[in-house]
Ligand binder design. Structure first.
Ligand code: MRU
Length: 348
């Protein structure tokens, strides 16, 4: 598949020896790249959504932690290992819902423990961590290509798709999850039309999905989140396609707050809801959606952030969960790099 964007949203900068990300908070107005060298900036970038989207968070955390450890001057192997564990614990806390973050860091941790014996030196450990982080990214690129091919078998030429939040190039290593079949379709000469939901309160759909799709020359129309039922009722939508932040063993799926609304409406109107995500998004420890921790975000994102002046009264109580859980029976299919799964799901 061709990378029509000309950049990767998350990468290791070999000359600067840093984690380099595109600052997603400045899009679509400015394509600005940030170099990250230390733990504080890494955690800030994840918390403030400079880097966001479940797979991108995992890759950024892995490369970022490898960079932080490369800059750590350890007196011996034990102190290197202890510092790694401490950094990992703090980075893990930056966002709780996307399982890719924990999966990527656990993978580095496991490899580090295995590598401690024998004649391994601290420079060897630093190299091992970075190489593994880059491998996580490469595997994600391959997974996205396979997901694109698998998901495209479900979409016909001329179809109209409704998507939510941003599960595209910006949210992963390259190409996207939910948007990857759309890019593949375009490269094959198929015509797909997309409706992108704004995705309140942080507007990932309005700012990021429309930016990406427009840049790629794909036919995209922006709608407010509360217009989806009406769109479906008019017969304008053939499929709802979203990404995912964590999939439980029974297929219950956490994704951006509001995905549940789309899924319920889609079921009502007989429209399939397809969830596309890599196998790294499946949480092998989580039986069902009730076990998924939902991140709560600050109230100013709802009341203040996007307005010239404060929108709502001061001291108002605000409910601002970042994700919701769609029960698996509403999901027509879950598509990963390994294939297409149908209800009832069993990822054990
Ligand atoms: O809060 P965000 O912007 O990180 O939320 C992102 C989403 O909900 C995406 O749909 C999900 O991470 C899948 S990205 C391929």
């Amino acid at each position: 598949m061709e990378n029509i964007f000309g950049y990767d949203p998350v990468e290791y900068d070999f000359s600067g020896k840093c984690l380099r990300i595109i600052d997603q908070t400045l899009l679509p107005l400015k394509e600005s790249f940030v170099c990250i060298y230390n733990e504080e900036d890494l955690i800030d970038a994840i918390k403030t959504l400079k880097v966001r989207g479940a797979p991108a968070i995992g890759i950024a955390a892995a490369i970022g932690v490898a960079v932080v450890m490369d800059n750590y001057e350890a007196k011996d192997m034990i102190s290197f290992q202890m510092e790694f564990q401490n950094v990992m614990k703090r980075v893990l806390k930056s966002r709780p819902t996307a399982v890719n973050l924990g999966n990527a860091l656990q993978r580095l941790s496991g490899l580090l423990s295995e590598s401690l014996s024998g004649n391994t030196t601290i420079p060897d450990l630093k190299k091992i961590l970075l190489e593994e982080a880059l491998k996580i990214k490469d595997e994600d690129i391959d997974a996205n290509i396979s997901m694109a091919h698998n998901a495209l078998t479900l979409l016909r030429d001329g179809a109209t798709i409704l998507t939510y939040c941003n599960a595209g190039h910006l949210a992963v290593s390259r190409y996207g999850t939910a948007l990857s079949p759309i890019y593949l379709a375009q490269q094959k000469g198929m015509r797909l039309k997309v409706y992108a939901c704004e995705t309140r309160p942080l507007l990932q759909g309005a700012r990021l999905t429309t930016y990406e799709l427009t840049k790629a020359g794909i036919d995209v129309t922006l709608v407010c989140d509360n217009m989806v039922a009406s769109l479906m009722a008019c017969g304008k939508i053939d499929a709802v396609v979203t990404g995912c932040d964590r999939i439980a063993l029974n297929g219950d799926t956490a994704n951006k707050i509001g995905t549940l609304t789309l899924s319920v409406c889609a079921k009502h109107y007989g429209i399939p809801h397809y969830v596309i995500g890599p196998e790294t998004t499946i949480d092998k420890e989580c039986e069902d959606g009730s076990g998924i921790v939902i991140e709560q975000r600050p109230s100013y994102e709802v009341t203040t952030m996007w307005y010239k002046q404060r929108l709502a009264p001061e001291n108002l109580s605000v409910f601002n969960p970042a994700f919701d859980v769609t029960p698996s029976h509403l999901i027509e299919a879950i598509i990963t790099e390994n294939g297409i799964y149908r209800y009832p799901y069993n990822f054990k």
